[in-house]
Design a protein around this ligand. Structure first.
Ligand SMILES: Cc1cc2nc3c(=O)[nH]c(=O)nc-3n(C[C@H](O)[C@H](O)[C@H](O)COP(=O)(O)OP(=O)(O)OC[C@H]3O[C@@H](n4cnc5c(N)ncnc54)[C@H](O)[C@@H]3O)c2cc1C
Length: 215
């Protein structure tokens, strides 16, 4: 059994995103938006790209943001977190299966608040017992899909997430907010930082609000 303290094991990678043949994600979105008011497709310079994206945000014409997609590979989150994540319906997910993958050395995400309390010892004992029973059940012929019922929700999972920029912005607003639960907030903040690196104009307002204001 392995323990991850808080978000210590969280790993988020942006493994793919929409890139136009020329330019970058911001340009793709701005040029897509520009067609609604132009007789022909036209290429935009940096200043126009910026102007247009800010205008689209201001007017709430967010359907244009759907042309850009972001794919993340995430590990080191609990099933508590992934359950909240997949409530966001306008996204695509592929999650590690507990039916097919035998958890040889189960990893558990443990909230910071547990450490150093009177409950810590008993908490770890339960994780240990559940892991041992899981292993013995699988070795004893119980199917993984049934043995997994004994595993606590803090068990680690891995997931691939694809969101378009509109949904990603929506997700970030809900899940980076100060009242969001700490684990999904850490995930959403990582996703925002990575999106901002490749689409700074699309995400600069959210970056300022949720990363710069809460370093
Ligand atoms: C702080 C916090 C606490 C929460 N607590 C709870 C809780 O106690 N219990 C609980 O069950 N959930 C809880 N949730 C989850 C929440 O209710 C939403 O299910 C989740 O945040 C996904 O949001 P969404 O539906 O806006 O997003 P998405 O599914 O990502 O959808 C994006 C947007 O698309 C539109 N949309 C999507 N599907 C439909 C549809 N079928 N019909 C119409 N419009 C649609 C909506 O405008 C929606 O906002 C909580 C969320 C947060 C952030």
């Amino acid at each position: 059994m392995e323990i991850c303290r808080g978000s210590q094991c969280l790993k988020v990678e942006l493994i793919a995103y929409s890139m136009p043949r020329e330019g970058d994600v911001d340009k793709l979105v701005a040029e897509s938006g520009a067609i609604s008011h132009a007789p022909e497709f036209r290429e935009l310079n940096e200043k126009r790209v910026r102007h247009l994206i800010l205008l689209l945000k201001k007017l709430g014409h967010e359907s244009v943001f759907e042309h850009a997609c972001f794919t993340y590979r995430v590990e080191g989150i609990s099933r508590v977190c992934s359950h909240q994540l997949v409530r966001h319906r306008l996204a695509s997910y592929t999650q590690q299966s507990q039916r097919y993958v035998k958890l040889r050395n189960p990893k558990f995400i443990v909230p910071e608040s547990i450490f150093g309390t009177e409950f810590e010892k008993e908490y770890f004992e339960i994780l240990e017992r559940a892991s041992n029973l899981y292993r013995r059940m699988v070795e004893g012929g119980i199917r993984k899909e049934d043995a997994r019922f004994v595993l606590p929700q803090g068990i680690e999972t891995k997931i691939i997430i694809t969101m378009n920029a509109r949904e990603l912005r929506h997700f970030i607003k809900l899940r980076c907010a100060p009242d969001a639960q700490w684990e999904i907030r850490a995930l959403a903040r990582s996703m925002l930082k990575l999106a901002y690196e490749v689409a700074p104009i699309l995400f600069e307002d959210l970056y300022e609000e949720y990363i710069e204001n809460y370093p």
